[in-house]
Design a protein around this ligand. Sequence first.
Ligand code: PRP
Ligand code: URA
Length: 208
Amino acid sequence: MKNVFPSQHPLVAAKLARLRDVNTEPKKFRELVRELAAMLAYEATLDIKVQPISVQTPLATTQGVTLVDKIGLIPILRAGLGMVEGVWELMPAAEVWHIGLYRDEKTLKPVSYYNRLPVAPTVTQCLILDPMLATGGSAVATVDILKDWGVRKIKFVGLIAAPEGITRLHEAHPDVPIHIAHIDDRLNEHGYILPGLGDAGDRMFGTG
Ligand code: PRP
Ligand code: URA
């Protein structure tokens, strides 16, 4: 499918396998999420816009580049929080704007509980951070919020996606590239990704 980018990198695959493992405890889980987030953001920003600048080294003047876009990192609470630090290491000037959504257990629809975006957009490109793209409801709702805010350049950066979630996000927002570590098989009857990794928020925060 166009605009969907599962990582091909063996380091990502190896870390993902450890992340899925039921015996991986929360401390290691958080470490892996942080590392994977950085790797995926690195891949997702390959086409980021730059402009030339002049740089004075100790020996000579040379040409370098600086980033053009003002980047916003948009973690979807709770589990997206675990991805922020890793991505921030790569782009420390990025702003972080939190979006609070949880899935209603029965309907699986996203319920919004936190959004403090200012009236006018303060960034020109947003990276949505959420480890899990399941039904796609949370991701679609977040893109809706960001487009209403006025941002046009938006990417989704996640770890595991179900085909159902990819289709839903792609149909609602075909302009939003989807960068993930892996596309899994399907959703189960409770809306969990198979084989997946269980509940990302619970595993990260030790609340399961
Ligand atoms: C998880 C996950 C996504 C959402 C994905 O969050 O982090 O935000 O589910 O599901 P969807 O694609 O079907 O919308 P959850 O609602 O469990 O909240 P939590 O992170 O606070 O536990
Ligand atoms: N949210 C999760 O944390 N895991 C899933 O498998 C689906 C939604």
